[in-house]
Design a binder for this molecule. Structure first.
Ligand SMILES: [Zn+2]
Length: 257
């Protein structure tokens, strides 16, 4: 018996989970081209259009799972990482929870401060995870527009933002209490407090707008509960507005039988 049969994947379609590599000819797409189109397996009476990736080299057209991306953002000290630790177990049936700092390595940073390669790499990672049928909840500082500027934006459905914020004094106190190796000088703290204010002031006007959660008085558990219900609502909203992301149905939303 050959290895493929032994591990139970004999009849598996051998597409790539990395959407930037063509599953037909192996060409690498620097800027993925994705569009909505009727995939071959969609029947005539089913009007749902599935997104497809198109290979510029060989013309291969292949449907893929375009799932929403959920982002928990906000200034340092507002509770993103602490909440992320609880969310991974709480939400494991619905999303894959990841901390954005996982890929915060020098090779992906740039002097301009835009960190395009960092954002592009994350979108590529998120879309690869999405091919397994679960959307990603990414915890880390980002503002609307940064992910949207990349060509890889085409690989995910709607981006949803929840910004954790906090009272200025409390935020400063939390950052001052961090160990010295993290380098929270008064200057950096002041700049983070300004960012905290900017988020609160601008949340309704960014594109897309950000939901706000003030964690000043909230326990870590309260914060995790609030984020969990935001996740559920965002996934349901994603299904109600626009075409249904292919291959994805959140738990609890199955049609009545
Ligand atoms: Zn190709």
């Amino acid at each position: 018996m050959d290895m493929r049969e032994e591990i139970g994947c004999g009849g598996l379609e051998t597409g790539s989970v990395d959407l930037e590599i063509c599953a037909a000819c192996g060409a690498r797409r620097d800027a993925p081209r994705a569009r909505s189109g009727v995939a071959p397996r969609v029947s005539a009476e089913d009007s749902v259009e599935e997104p497809v990736v198109v290979c510029q080299d060989c013309g291969d057209v292949r449907p893929f799972r375009r799932l929403p991306l959920l982002l928990v953002t906000g200034p340092s000290g507002a509770g993103k990482s602490t909440a992320a630790a609880l969310l991974a177990s709480r939400l494991s049936e619905r999303v894959v929870v990841l901390d954005q700092d996982l890929l915060w390595i020098p090779e992906l940073q740039d002097a301009s401060g835009e960190h395009r390669l960092f954002r592009r790499t994350w979108l590529r990672m998120v879309s690869a995870i999405s091919q397994n049928g679960r959307p990603v909840l990414l915890c880390g500082t980002v503002v609307p527009g940064q992910f949207e500027a990349s060509a890889e934006r085409a690989l995910v459905a709607d981006l949803h933002y929840l910004a954790l914020v906090c009272e200025d004094e409390e935020l400063a106190a939390r950052l001052r209490a961090r160990p010295p190796w993290r380098g929270w000088t008064e200057e950096r703290i002041a700049s983070m407090v300004n960012f905290n204010r900017w988020i609160k002031r601008s949340a309704a006007e960014t594109d897309p707008p950000m939901s706000l959660l003030d964690t000043t008085e909230a326990s870590v558990d309260d914060t995790a509960v609030h984020i969990s219900s935001w996740v559920v609502n965002a996934l349901v909203a994603g299904l109600e507005g626009g075409p249904r992301p292919s291959g994805y149905q959140p738990r609890g939303q199955e049609p009545a039988r």
